[in-house]
Design a protein around this ligand. Structure first.
Ligand code: ADP
Length: 200
């Protein structure tokens, strides 16, 4: 059974402040292929070839051959960019957005942060372009690509709260679900949303 958006409380329910931003945000722990939204965001590799982790789970749910066929129309995807395919029948979602996160080996740099944020921005832009209003993100780059969990949650919370408050297309997005899979990601997000909410 897939989880419907309506079953999930937004962060406004928890904090009671900043409804324009937190009223659109949901923190959910689970398998991204089990949620009903307009689009899910895959942490793909630059060849769009399918792989392990969340990419593997999405390919399995979509049917590897079906999704590979759709990905072949793109000649890969660069770090920080995103491409879109159909939902391949996963939970009646409309689309899968594939983005390529930065790989962090060694010291975390400003460029890594910019690239990570660019993944989230490019994915939201594609959602807007394709008239999709609800979008679920996995924790891009925090698996085998090695982005530190805490730094990723800090960068993503900062970017998303700003985007939902200020972007010219913010009204087109009704919900953003942050899907955590590892408890550590959930804890990191909770810490930064606590800090965000405390400012009000
Ligand atoms: P990356 O190469 O971008 O690090 P990974 O797939 O290794 O990609 O991990 C990205 C994130 O996706 C990690 O936080 C991992 O815990 C999470 N993840 C793995 N499987 C799933 C899944 N089925 N649903 C949601 N998130 C998942």
């Amino acid at each position: 059974m897939a989880t419907a958006l309506e079953e999930l409380p937004t962060l406004f329910h928890k904090y009671g402040v900043a409804k324009n931003v937190l009223g659109k945000l949901i923190l959910w722990n689970g398998d991204i292929t089990r949620i009903k939204v307009d689009a899910i965001v895959n942490a793909a590799n630059s060849r769009l070839a399918g792989g392990g982790g969340v990419d593997g789970a999405i390919h399995r749910a979509a049917g590897h051959a079906t999704l590979q066929e759709e990905c072949r129309k793109y000649s890969g995807c660069k770090v920080g960019k995103a491409v879109i395919t159909s939902g391949c029948g996963i939970n009646h979602i409309k689309n899968i957005i594939h983005t390529v996160g930065p790989q962090v080996y060694g010291k975390l740099s400003e460029k890594h942060r910019d690239d990570l944020i660019s993944c989230y921005r490019s994915s939201l832009e594609l959602a807007v372009e394709n008239k999709l209003s609800s979008i679920a993100f996995c924790c891009i780059s925090t698996g085998v690509y090695g982005y530190p969990h805490n730094a990723a949650a800090e960068a993503v919370t900062d970017f998303l709260t700003n985007w939902l408050e200020n972007d010219q297309n913010k009204d087109q997005i009704s919900h953003v679900v942050l899907v955590t899979f590892m408890p550590v990601d959930q804890q990191c997000y909770e810490k930064y949303f606590d800090e965000f909410a405390a400012k009000f």
